[in-house]
Structure formats: structure tokens, C-alpha cells
Write a protein of this length. Structure first.
Lengths: 466, 159
């Protein structure tokens, strides 16, 4: 694998110029959306457009310059995609703020808070790229990361800092800020899974027996998968959070499948999850409600299914090209700024924009898998696959839920919807992906014969790494 | 704000969004195969970009030798590219030019560059290395077409 690049006869280019070009377009999307919101809602270009645009540009330029300095070979497309999604999300949240303000609601500064969180996210992105010069260092912290991940998941149950908002016990309160530790936990768990699986993949892949075209794993190897199943069921039952439970278990299953190349794990995992979901459906009232609302949304309108049905009305009214920013009624949908931001976009910018956004997410996932393909070490491969699957699963669960494809679960749309913890964690995910891609795309180190003058060079070859 | 203006704004924004998405896809497309390695470097590991400036003087000039050729002996016609320098000559399997000549040592001699000049150096062989009629005792400059004899084999730099 290490010779993939050279065998095919090419070296990767740096492509920083292409990244800059795409970033300019991404900024045009973000700032253009902000201006369009002002024109649509107030009939004039917002007065703070220069200040807002300048701040956004500053953040993006800082991120770009950092990539130029510390990760010159990194993937050129990831950062612009993220910048465009984040900018568009900010503008849509700002548009909802304006309406909430006009309606006289208490909270109408979501966009400002989101911009603060984005600033923090970019700072962490820069910090991660500067501090972490080689992703393989993370492999040392396999079990530490796993422990931290589990601890973070347990934090919301602690008496003082734990906090329950909207029925889901996934928040902690620290110094006046509420934070979802689960968002950080998923990054930690990806690191732990990668470190564990890269060491134990052979045992998991080779032992076992073949039953009707499917390689079933050995009974004693089921330990980790059962443990992870237990953790995700615990999240489902105790935290009442269907989305996170699906995300964690799906993530583990995807990484297990990729590392062992055996479909048997998918069969086992799928059966386990099916059984778990059935049990949850039978015993947890909330899950049963979600299923009923999903199957027969109109029967419960305007009752418990008010939110998803209003979202469907909005998207239907938006049609192909939408009502235009500021000309719809997205505020009718509760939580239009967070979980249901895609419904807002569907109503005001139409199917055209929703498709563009889904393509953007698809490209992010494609780049993650591409990075995994060209990465030279097993840990980097698994890490990239895991980070890509987080984005893929999360987007599928949220967009599927909002559009009525699958039962609705509460998760944030990465980079788009309001939510500080999610935004910060996702910026760090992108930093990790860029770090792995920088290592992977950098030309392979050449075997350097030592200096001509020394006699030692006859017997020893010195490998130059940098 | 008239209906038409709002429509134009919406259309323009959607256009920008899709131009961005399509540009991203086109960057991905052009990135698919990276930069081509020049033909002469094929078969060798790709030369990292930032090393090129340091070794710029090694780029083949007009009239500079490009390969080492066996002109006489057991394996006539065997050649090695100078881009892979330093080149080892001998009977050993790690030699760049592997000779089946009984009078050649396992690690017999070496061809290396210093600046624009090429040197041949004897590596303590049993039967010695000759440039022209002279057995060499220290690294010796060789030019195009100068015959280097190791055992019963004669090698030359060619362009």
C-alpha cells in the first residue's frame, strides 16, 4: 500500500491555490446568503455586512494560512466545503433571529452565539493542526481516549452539572455554558476504536466459521461489540437519545466492517441493533411515539407531530427554488434553527439548495474515504473512515428524520445548525482529517544513501523522514 | 422590494451555491491523478518536489551523460540510469549493474556524482578497477565514453 502513489506514477500536488479559489467562492456563499437575508427580510443590505463579512473572512483566512504553514499537502476541498456550510448555516440562523426578534421572543441572538462558537471552533482547528504534527501520536492514547469518551458520555448523569433539556439528558452546565459532551465523546471514541481495531483486526478477521456465505466471527471475539452495544443501549434508555445511540453503534459497526473486511460483523450488528430497537420500541414510550409519528404523521397533527408536519408543509411550499430568504414562515417549525434547519432551507431556498447541501456532505464523506484509501498506515486509515462515518451517519439520521425517510431523532446537522458543542467538535474532526491527508498526500520518503564520504554508508542505509 | 428583484436575488444565490459545488467537484476531478512524474524518473521513486531545488544542478544538461552501459563482457547492453546514482557495480544482488563476471567482486566499484562531474570509486575489489590502462586507487573523474574496466567487463558513461 505504501507505494500506491509511486506505482501509479504520480505525486500529489499541494493544491493550496485551488483551496484558496474555493474558499473565495465559499465566502461568497456565506456572505451572499447574509446579504440576501437582509434584502429579503428588511429590504436593505444589512448595515453590519462589512463587519460580519470581515469577521468571517478573517476566520477563514486564518484557517487557510494555518493549513498552508503546517499541512501544505492537505486535501484542498474539505476546508472550503466546511466554510460554505458554516457560512450558510450562520446566515439562515440570522434570518430566523430576525423573525424571532420581530415576534418579540426572548431568545433571538442565536446567530451571534453561533459565530462565537465558530470562532472557538476555528481556534481549536488551528490549535489542533499546530499541536498535532503526526496523527499516529494519537494511537498511544487508545485506551485513554476510550476512557475519556465513556466518562464524557456519563457526565450528564452527574447531579450538579448534569442537565436535562427537552427530554434528553445529554447536557452539562459549566460556568453558565451548556455543553453536549457526547459531541466530543464521538471523536474520542473514533480514536479509541481505531487504535483498538488496528491491533486486533487480525484476530477479529481470521478466526471464525463460515455459515451460508457469511463468515461469522468467533464467540469470544464478540466482547467489544457487545460492550459497545451495551453503551449505545444505555444511551438510548437512560439518556432518551435515539440519534446518538444509532450514531455510536453505527460508527463502531462501520469501523469493524472496514478493519476486518467481513460482512459477518454487519449481520451480527444489524441483528443486535434490530433486537435493541424492537426492545426499545416495546418498552420505551418515546421511541414508540417517534415510530407512530413517522408512519402516520397526519394522524397526530396538530398534536405531537406538529414539528415534523410543519417542516413537511414548509418544504412542500418551498418547492424547487424556494420562497426566497425572508419570505417563508420557517418560524412555525419549533427548533427551526437547530434540528430542523434543513426544513428552513428547504422552504426558503428550495430543493435546489437542499440538493447542493447534500452534495456538499457527500463530498466531505468522499474526501474522508479517499484519505483513508491513500493513507499509508492502518491507524490513519481507520481514523479517517471513522471520522467520515460520523459525518455520514449524522447527516443521514438528521436529514432522513427531517424529510420523513426514517423516524425523527434529535441530532444536529453538522456545521449547519445551531449548536456550539457540535460545531466545535466538527471543526476538530476536519482538522484531524486534514492532518491525516497531509501525511498521506505528502510524497513518500525516499531511501537516501548516506553521504559518499563515509564508509558506513556501504552497510547502512539512512532513511530520511523529512 | 419588488417581486422580480427578490426572484433575481434568490436565483443569483442558488447559482453561486451551485457554482461553488461544481467548482469543488472539478477540483476533486483534477486532483484525482495528482502531478505526473516526468518520463525519465519512471520506475524510480518520485522525486519529492522540495528536493528538486536542492539538486537542481543534477538535472541533465545538454551533453551530460544519462546512463551507464556495459559495452563488453558477460552482460553487454546492461544499463543503469544515472538518476539513480550512486550506482553500485558488482556481482551482488544489490548492485545497480549486476555482472555475471567471475573476476568481479560482490561489491566492486561505485559511480557517484559530485556537482557536474562523475566519479568512479573502487570498493576494495580483489582484481581492481581500471580507467583506461590505469588501476585506480582513489575516486577518479570519468567523462563520456571513457572506458572503465572491472574484471573482464568494460563500462562507459553514455548520453
Amino acid at each position: 500500500m505504501s507505494q500506491t502513489g509511486s506505482l501509479m506514477g504520480f505525486v500529489h500536488r499541494r493544491r493550496r491555490g485551488a483551496e484558496l479559489f474555493l474558499l473565495v467562492l465559499a465566502l461568497a456563499v456565506g456572505i451572499g446568503a447574509y446579504a440576501a437575508v437582509g434584502l429579503g427580510v428588511e429590504g436593505a443590505v444589512p448595515t453590519d455586512l462589512v463587519g460580519y463579512g470581515g469577521w468571517l473572512t478573517g476566520l477563514i483566512v486564518a484557517a487557510h494560512v494555518t493549513v498552508r504553514i503546517v499541512a501544505p499537502y492537505a486535501d484542498p476541498v474539505l476546508l472550503p466545503l466546511v466554510a460554505a456550510l458554516n457560512g450558510l448555516g450562520l446566515a439562515v440562523i440570522h434570518r430566523l433571529d430576525l423573525t424571532y426578534e420581530a415576534l418579540g421572543e426572548d431568545q433571538h441572538t442565536f446567530a451571534r452565539q453561533q459565530l462565537t462558537w465558530m470562532t472557538l471552533g476555528v481556534v481549536l482547528f488551528i490549535g489542533a493542526l499546530f499541536l498535532l504534527r503526526d496523527h499516529r501520536v494519537l494511537q498511544r492514547f487508545t485506551y485513554t481516549a476510550g476512557l475519556i469518551g465513556i466518562l464524557l458520555l456519563v457526565l450528564p448523569f452527574l447531579p450538579v452539572i448534569g442537565n436535562k433539556i427537552n427530554g434528553a439528558r445529554i447536557w452539562i452546565n459549566v460556568a453558565g455554558f451548556s455543553f453536549q459532551p457526547g459531541e466530543v465523546a464521538k471523536v474520542m471514541l473514533v480514536i479509541a476504536f481505531s487504535g483498538y481495531l488496528v491491533l486486533h483486526r487480525d484476530a477479529l478477521a481470521l478466526a471464525g466459521r463460515r455459515v451460508v456465505f457469511v463468515d461469522l466471527p468467533r464467540g469470544r471475539d464478540l466482547g467489544p461489540i457487545m460492550a459497545m452495544f451495551g453503551v449505545s443501549m444505555m444511551i438510548l434508555v437512560l439518556q432518551n437519545d435515539l440519534g446518538s445511540s444509532l450514531l455510536f453503534f453505527g460508527l463502531f459497526l462501520a469501523m469493524l466492517y472496514v478493519s476486518t473486511e467481513r460482512a459477518g460483523w454487519l449481520v451480527v450488528g444489524g441483528l443486535l441493533f434490530g433486537a435493541g430497537a424492537l426492545a426499545a420500541y416495546t418498552f420505551v414510550g418515546n421511541v414508540q411515539n417517534r415510530f407512530d409519528i413517522w408512519l402516520h404523521p397526519m394522524d397526530y397533527y396538530p398534536g405531537v407531530s406538529y414539528q415534523p408536519v410543519e417542516a413537511l408543509f414548509g418544504m412542500g411550499w418551498g418547492g424547487l427554488i424556494g420562497r426566497g430568504l425572508g419570505n417563508g414562515f420557517p418560524e412555525r417549525v419549533p427548533f427551526a434553527y437547530s434540528d430542523f434547519i434543513l426544513a428552513t432551507i428547504g422552504e426558503e431556498l428550495g430543493l435546489t439548495a437542499v440538493m447542493a447541501i447534500i452534495v456538499c456532505y457527500g463530498l466531505i464523506v468522499e474526501r474522508a474515504l479517499r484519505i483513508a484509501l491513500i493513507s499509508r498506515d492502518g491507524f490513519g486509515k481507520l481514523l479517517a473512515v471513522g471520522l467520515g462515518s460520523i459525518v455520514a451517519l449524522q447527516v443521514f439520521v438528521v436529514i432522513g428524520g427531517v424529510t420523513g425517510l426514517i423516524p425523527l431523532t434529535g441530532l444536529t446537522t453538522p456545521f449547519l445548525s445551531y449548536g456550539g458543542s457540535s460545531l466545535v467538535a466538527n471543526w476538530v474532526i476536519i482538522a484531524l482529517l486534514l492532518r491525516i491527508s497531509d501525511q498521506a498526500r505528502r510524497p513518500a520518503p525516499r531511501l537516501e544513501p548516506a553521504d559518499d564520504a563515509s564508509d558506513d554508508s556501504e552497510t547502512t542505509q539512512v532513511v530520511k523522514l523529512r | 422590494m419588488s417581486e422580480l428583484t427578490l426572484f433575481l436575488i434568490r436565483a443569483a444565490f442558488l447559482a453561486i451555491l451551485w457554482i461553488f459545488v461544481l467548482s469543488a467537484i472539478s477540483v476533486i476531478r483534477s486532483d484525482m491523478f495528482g502531478a505526473r512524474v516526468p518520463e525519465t524518473a519512471r520506475g524510480a521513486a518520485p522525486v519529492p518536489e522540495r528536493r528538486k531545488s536542492a539538486k537542481a544542478n543534477k538535472k541533465p544538461r545538454r551533453g551530460a551523460p544519462t546512463h551507464l552501459l556495459v559495452v563488453e563482457g558477460e552482460n553487454p547492453g546492461t544499463r543503469a540510469e544515472l538518476t539513480d546514482a550512486p550506482l553500485l557495480i558488482g556481482r551482488g544482488s544489490d548492485a545497480a549493474i549486476k555482472l555475471d563476471d567471475d573476476y568481479v567482486s560482490t561489491r566492486h566499484a561505485r559511480i557517484a556524482a559530485s556537482g557536474d562531474d562523475w566519479f568512479v570509486e573502487d570498493l576494495g575489489s580483489t582484481n581492481g578497477t581500471y580507467v583506461g590502462p590505469v588501476r585506480i586507487t582513489q575516486p577518479t573523474t570519468i567523462g563520456l565514453g571513457v572506458q572503465v574496466r572491472v574484471g573482464k567487463t568494460i563500462l562507459e558513461l553514455r548520453k
